[in-house]
Ligand binder design. Sequence first.
Ligand SMILES: [Zn+2]
Length: 72
Amino acid sequence: MEKKEYCYNCDEDTEYIIEKEIINLELEGVKFSYEALVPYCVKCKKEVSIPEINDLNIIRAYKAHKEALDKS
Ligand SMILES: [Zn+2]
């Protein structure tokens, strides 16, 4: 399946790859981290913005924050 998304830097639809990155955050005095999915354009290697993936990351961050809160 070909994955293409609009890249602002290239100004065209390009293929992208998804990298996993550990994001460390502090929210309401609680430190936590989560594994974010970050799509990168294969042409310019810059991050591209994909709403569906942003939504997934928000859910992951929310869950990680909740787990950290439960442990504290
Ligand atoms: Zn690009």
